[in-house]
Ligand binder design. Structure first.
Ligand code: DX5
Ligand code: ZN
Length: 224
C-alpha cells in the first residue's frame, strides 16, 4: 500500500438509502469502502453479511476492506470466509481476540491462497505484543481506537502508542504490513493518527450519513 488511504465505513449509512451514500462516496473519488461485519457474539451488535456486500460489488467498483468483528463457531474458517470472496474484496481483517491461534493461522493461509490482503485487528485493551508472532506473515494491522461494535464513539488515545510501536517494529524487522486505524476519526483526531504514521484511516460517522453535507471537503481534510 503506497499512498495514504481514507476508507469510509458504511455502518452509519441509512440502509434504506444506501445507494445515495455510495453514490456520494463515488463522486468524492473514494477508492476503498470499509465494510463492518458484526455478529452479536464477539460484539454487541449485528450488521450485515455477504448478501449486501454482493449487491454493492455488483454495481460499484470500490475496493472492499472487510472488517469481521465475529467469532467463528461450528464452521471452518475457510467455510465462513468463502461467501465473502467476492469481486474487489481486497483485504479482510479478523480480530485477534475473537479467534484462536489455529483459526488465525488458517485465516492467514486462506488469504494467501486467495490473494487477499490478510489483516489482524486488536481492541483498545489488547497490546501489540500479543500479535507479534503474526506480524511477519500479514499484510495489515488494524488498531481499534474505539471498542468495536458501534460507530460514533470517541477516539481512545492509547491507540497512538500502538501505531508508533508498529512503525518501529516494521522498520526494525523489515516487515511489510500496512497500519490502519479505526474508530472516532474526525478532523481533530486524524491529525494525531497521521503524526503517529498510519497508512489507512477508517472513518464512519464523520463521512457517512444523512447529516454529512460537505463530504468532499471532509475527505480532503482527512487526506491531509
Ligand atoms: C466500530 C467499527 C468502525 C466504525 C467507525 O466497531 O469497526 O469501523 O464504523 O465509525 P466511527 O468513525 O463513527 O467511529
Ligand atoms: Zn471497522
Amino acid at each position: 500500500m503506497s499512498k495514504f488511504i481514507v476508507a469510509p465505513s458504511i455502518l452509519t449509512a441509512n440502509f434504506l438509502d444506501l445507494k445515495t451514500d455510495l453514490n456520494k462516496l463515488e463522486q468524492a473519488n473514494i477508492e476503498w469502502i470499509h465494510y463492518d461485519v458484526m455478529d452479536y457474539n464477539f460484539v454487541p451488535n449485528l450488521s450485515f453479511g455477504p448478501k449486501i456486500l454482493s449487491d454493492i460489488v455488483e454495481k460499484y467498483n470500490f475496493k472492499m476492506d472487510l472488517h469481521l468483528m465475529v467469532k467463528i463457531v461450528n464452521l471452518s474458517v475457510e467455510d465462513y470466509l468463502k461467501p465473502f470472496l467476492l469481486k474487489n474484496v481486497e483485504q479482510i481483517t479478523i480480530h485477534f481476540e475473537a479467534l484462536d491461534d489455529e483459526q488465525i493461522f488458517n485465516f492467514i493461509d486462506f488469504c494467501k491462497k486467495n490473494k487477499i490482503r490478510s489483516s489482524i485487528s486488536i481492541n483498545p485493551d489488547t497490546e501489540v505484543k500479543d500479535i507479534e508472532k503474526y506480524l511477519n506473515q500479514i499484510d495489515n494491522v488494524l488498531i481499534m481506537s474505539v471498542h468495536p461494535g458501534f460507530g460514533g464513539q470517541s477516539f481512545i488515545s492509547n491507540s497512538l502508542k500502538k501505531i508508533e510501536l508498529l512503525n518501529f517494529l516494521r522498520d526494525l524487522n523489515k516487515f511489510n504490513y500496512s497500519i490502519q486505524v479505526d474508530g472516532g476519526i474526525n478532523e481533530d483526531t486524524f491529525k494525531l493518527v497521521q503524526d503517529a504514521k498510519v497508512d489507512m484511516i477508517v472513518a464512519g460517522s464523520y463521512l457517512v450519513g444523512s447529516n454529512v453535507t460537505n463530504l468532499n471537503e471532509r475527505v480532503k481534510k482527512l487526506e491531509g
